[in-house]
Design a protein around this ligand. Structure first.
Ligand code: BEZ
Ligand code: FE
Length: 287
């Protein structure tokens, strides 16, 4: 073996990692080695900076547990999570686009009938989200499940409240035979990502906004269709163009239209003003 020099170390490390038993792992590791070596050369990484990065990554690991995933948050704020979403969800132009999952989804939300109020009396402006779920050719999908979740008026998700053991601002709705759905909830507000850990500490040394614009999360996993994880964002909301996790896409921005007290989209009569957002989801058929 050649002895190590500044010039040959990258080739030596690539050669060593090319022995990975799976060709995919060999490709992933040799490419990673090439890029991190290039990075260190380009920025002329100092030993103090290298140690600061190691200590930061250590704190990212130490604060993570089964409820909090600071590594995913780190990936979110550098745009890596959203890049991976883009690379893996190349739907055609008619399909509803995907965006980040985020850390707050909870499995097994309860089934909810058409128009069910998933806010269950929590404070906030009533909001109806209604429309259809169809395929990209416009054929309605009867019985499609919409797994829906969102933050409360303080920007907190149930997943951040260990004391809560009942579904809060989350439910699984189903389309009717004509593909229509209706979710009743409260209007979401923008909120900040968790800033009390190493990701927040690093961001506080920048001018980056820590806010996400107001949104509601949706997940579809219908047989015969590509899985879709997405959000709907409120048109005109703050932070749409600075979303800290790069999750906003133009087709996902919808108007929340104000209505006076009176008949609501689920046929019941509201005794207070309410908002209605109409959105027709289009799922990409599997090839
Ligand atoms: C969210 O929308 O719930 C979220 C996404 C990424 C990071 C933090 C929160
Ligand atoms: Fe969210």
């Amino acid at each position: 073996m050649a002895f190590v020099t500044e010039d040959n170390i990258t080739d030596l490390a690539i050669e060593r990692w090319s022995t990975a038993h799976s060709p995919r792992l060999a490709h992933l590791m040799t490419t990673l080695v090439r890029h991190i070596h290039e990075y260190a050369r380009e920025v002329e990484l100092t030993e103090a900076e290298w140690m600061a990065a190691i200590e930061w990554l250590t704190r990212v690991g130490q604060i993570s547990d089964d409820k909090r995933q600071e590594f995913i948050l780190a990936s979110d704020v550098v745009g890596l999570s959203m890049l991976v979403v883009q690379l893996n969800n190349r739907f055609d132009g008619k399909a509803t686009p995907a965006t980040v999952l985020g850390p707050f989804h909870i499995d097994d939300s309860p089934a909810a009938p058409y128009g069910y109020d998933m806010s269950d009396g929590l404070p906030g402006t009533p909001l109806f989200l209604t429309g259809t779920v169809s395929d990209t050719a416009g054929h309605p999908i009867p019985g499609a499940i919409l797994d829906v979740w969102q933050a409360d008026a303080d920007g907190t998700y149930e997943a951040q409240m260990p004391e809560i053991d009942e579904a809060r601002l989350r439910a699984k709705y189903q389309t009717r035979t004509d593909g229509t759905y209706c979710v009743r909830t409260i209007a979401p507000l923008g909120y900040t990502i968790p800033m009390d850990g190493p990701v927040g500490e690093l961001m506080s040394r920048t001018d980056i906004s820590e806010y996400r614009p107001a949104h509601v999360h949706f997940m579809f996993d219908e047989p015969g269709y590509e899985k879709l994880i997405t959000h709907l964002f409120q048109d005109g909301a703050d932070y749409l163009d600075t979303d800290v996790v790069f999750g906003v896409k133009d087709p996902l921005i919808v108007r929340f239209v104000e209505h006076p007290a009176g008949p609501s989209p689920d046929g019941r009569v509201m005794d207070t003003p309410f908002l209605v957002a109409r959105y027709d989801f289009a799922l990409q058929p599997k090839n």
